[in-house]
Design a protein around this ligand. Structure first.
Ligand code: PLP
Length: 472
């Protein structure tokens, strides 16, 4: 056991955390009282806490540990690069070997003419840079009024001031301030929530029309960009209707609105391809943002990849006076992170992991679909190795439509007891396992999830707060 081996007292660690760490999305009511789950070590698809309990990591860290934990090649690469050159400034015309090679490798894999890369240290930084670029670009073209940003409800784009302002998950809107004057939300594209009787085709047409209507309402001369995750990940793994994304791209082109594809989750193999925009959804956006799986979570890194068309319009002979792109970070293109990302690409492609996901992904989705037979399950959706099981629990005595929003936390607690970690969000149980999961691992994940859903149903019935709906 890790804690014993390292002579650590898990209770002391938990105490230090509760007293001193302000976590992302911390519940301030319980931050000093609720014991954290202290993770201590991991290998392959398994993670162990400081008490020695072992779990299947059903969420791949946070949608990011693509190639699994403890890969010696990545660890060695890190050490080797740190020994050779641990860091040097990326500002101005300063380059380092792995960052230049990585930018070239990303350009070779990105669709169309997306050939220029700026590096960040997170997904938020990558998206923030994309929006800053959009504003910079239109300012350079003497169109300074083009600055409004269009996003969608249920989206998640990050946690900087600007990207947090672009998040469309209502529960995330808290006591913070937001740059609301800059950001506009389209209705959710979650087909599960479409009005009863509306066909999928009509729903898709309506969602596309929503985008055009908003551009026209704001005035195309005022809109800089549309930002969209190909599949809305943390908002509930919302797979858009067929042809929705290509049609949105057409509309953006029509009104000279930049299309920014936020691939922080969908890139690097989660859908069986390095980038999903073109290979899965058939679109070549103007800008792609990515992070997470870029380094399989071994070290922080994000990247924003820009179309040559945009760069050409504002650089070289087209550059304006004072043409400095004053955006970037001390650790942009960090050599150790870039070396890890290069090695990670080599593993994803060289070990056949992309092909594996194209085989295990459909198997995973088909297995999860069988959970629909449980009364607590309202919807099962996903693609590749990202999925969501949405529970629908109407409390006894509650108004129709009023749901028990904490139900996924109950499922997660049961799953943890059985050795699986999933990601609960309101009534959503989200899964995004490491890409190296085998079909056998998938069977085990689904079997634990099924047992946990049944245990949750039984608890709710026993507590007298829910009864299964009659099925007709
Ligand atoms: N964009 C998407 C689609 C994300 O899912 C996330 C994080 O979950 C981000 C951006 C922000 O990335 P980070 O947490 O690395 O800043």
């Amino acid at each position: 056991m890790f804690a014993k081996h390292h002579n650590l007292d898990p209770a002391e660690i938990a105490q230090a955390d509760k007293r001193h760490v302000l976590h992302p999305w911390s519940d301030l009511k319980t931050m000093h009282t609720e014991d954290p789950l202290v993770m201590a070590e991991a290998k392959g698809i398994h993670i162990s806490d400081a008490e020695g309990n072992r779990y299947i990591d059903g969420i791949g860290g946070m949608w990011c540990v693509q190639v699994g934990y403890g890969r010696e090649e990545l660890i060695e690469t890190m050490a080797e690069q740190a020994r050779r050159l641990c860091y040097y400034t990326p500002f101005g015309a300063m380059a380092n070997v792995p960052a230049a090679q990585l930018a070239q490798a990303l350009a070779a894999r990105a669709p169309g003419d997306l050939n220029t890369v700026s590096f960040a240290t997170s997904g938020s930084g990558a998206v923030d840079s994309a929006i800053r670029f959009a504003h910079f670009y239109f300012n350079c073209l003497d169109q300074p009024s083009k600055r409004q940003v269009i996003v969608r409800m249920d989206s998640y784009h990050g946690s900087t001031y600007l990207t947090a302002s672009m998040n469309g998950k209502r529960r995330d809107w808290s006591q913070f301030d937001y740059a609301r004057e800059l950001v506009h939300f389209l209705p959710s594209v979650n087909a599960f929530r479409r009005p009863k009787g509306q066909s999928l085709e009509d729903f898709a047409n309506e969602k596309v029309a929503d985008l055009e209507a908003m551009i026209l309402e704001l005035g195309p001369e005022n809109v800089a960009c549309f930002v969209a995750e190909p599949i809305q990940a943390s908002g509930g793994v919302i797979v858009p209707p067929e042809m929705y994304l290509p049609r949105c791209l057409e509309i953006c082109r029509k009104y000279d609105v930049l299309y920014i594809s936020d691939e922080v989750v969908t890139a690097f193999g989660r859908l069986g391809h390095i980038f999903a925009s073109k290979d899965v959804f058939g679109i070549t956006p103007d800008i792609i943002t990515c992070a997470k799986g870029l380094t399989s979570g071994y070290i922080p890194m994000g990247a924003t990849i820009y179309s040559d068309r945009l760069i050409k319009a504002i650089s070289g002979e087209n550059a304006v006076d004072h043409p400095y792109f004053t955006n970037g970070f001390t650790y942009s293109g960090h050599p150790v992170a870039a070396a890890v990302a290069l090695k990670n690409l080599e593993i994803l492609e060289g070990d056949g992991i992309l092909e594996q996901v194209r085989d295990t992904g459909p198997y995973f989705q088909a297995g999860l679909q069988k959970l629909r037979e449980l009364p607590i399950v309202g919807d099962v959706r996903g693609m590749g190795l990202m999925a969501c099981v949405e529970c629908v629990v109407r409390k006894i005595g509650a108004e129709p439509g009023e749901a028990d929003m904490a139900v996924a936390a109950r499922v997660d607690a049961h799953a943890q007891e059985r050795g699986l970690i999933l990601r609960p969000f309101e009534s959503l149980c989200i899964l995004s396992p490491p890409l190296i999961v085998t079909k056998e691992d998938i069977d085990r994940i689904i079997s634990i999830l099924r047992d946990s859903l049944i245990a949750t149903q039984n608890d709710l019935i026993a507590e007298g707060i829910w009864s299964p709906p009659a099925r007709g």
